[in-house]
Design a protein around this ligand. Sequence first.
Ligand code: HEC
Ligand code: HEC
Length: 296
Amino acid sequence: MPKLIRWLGVVLGVLAGLLLASTGALYALTEARLNRLYTIRPEPLVIPAQVDLTRRDWPYTLVAFCKDCHGPDLAGQVLEDDLLMGTFASSNLTAGAGGIGGVYTDQDWIRALRHGVRPTGKPLVGMPSNIFNRLSDNDLAILITLVRAQPAVDHVVPATRLGPLVRLMLVTGSIGPDALSAEVIDHDAQRPDAPPPGVTVEYGRYMGVVCATCHGADMSGGPDAGEGMNLTPGGTTKDWTEGEFVQTLRTGIAPDGRTLDPEQMPWNDIQNLSDEQLRAIWLYLRSLPAVQTEHR
Ligand code: HEC
Ligand code: HEC
């Protein structure tokens, strides 16, 4: 018996050692990525002092997408807080106490939104700058002015602290690109001109980037809740007309009578796009290769 217990001790000791070593490696690998310094010289942008605060069409509607994560008053919120995942909070974007609004320069806004990098040069975690990177100079400038125009709210959010599970997901690559968007952005890329507004596939594709955050890069949706439906000509909308598409996004009611949950599918923000903008997105969706999926 004592022999068995001794062996058990050895096995447990080895296991504990392996666990410690791999946890150590996990932290070392991820800390290196989290502390990497990016030297970004943000491209200059003319940011207007004022914009029309009553408009809700594109690009004004973009602020609604910030609110999905940064909270209805943009004062930041805890998105996740548990032992395995860690603590994730979106920043307070206003000029109130605990917010960045009062200290961020034009350059800081551009660095964060186009490059996913903080003023210190370190990468932001969980901020989808790879999406906002595609915005034209004009649209980004309007967006920054809109965010700056939000009332100041005092709210100190906890610092982001990554738990072991998220670190494991980072190392194995089983996490979306916006976990560390600075890693997937081509920081030196020449910015293509935005397509001129109009009912064109190109303009629809340009705006459709925000839909892709849920519906996926190929717009074919996904099986998990919140991933959205397959919007390609192989999906649920294959028999819809343009009129039905516009009507669905304005009312949240699909042609077959289903109501779309605004908590999942933000049609109550998308409904503010102009007819022309919605029709351009429809044209773009129709131009996509049909993806056949099992899920709806
Ligand atoms: C999917 C969720 C998500 C969306 C959508 C999102 N953000 Fe963020 N954002 C975050 C998180 C999380 C952080 C905190 C990152 C960190 O602390 O590393 C952040 C950080 C930032 C920062 C850096 C602030 C700082 O603390 O230095 C800015 C600026 C910012 N977001 C602006 C925006 C704007 C403007 C929009 C809308 C166009 C937006 N975000 C949309 C999740 C999001
Ligand atoms: C925050 C995630 C999210 C974003 C952003 C988003 N969607 Fe969705 N979408 C969903 C989800 C989830 C569903 C399924 C909703 C349900 O079943 O209630 C859905 C459903 C839909 C449907 C209904 C399909 C059907 O067969 O009933 C259409 C159409 C649609 N989305 C279009 C869009 C367009 C166009 C955009 C961009 C302008 C967009 N969505 C942006 C998550 C999103």
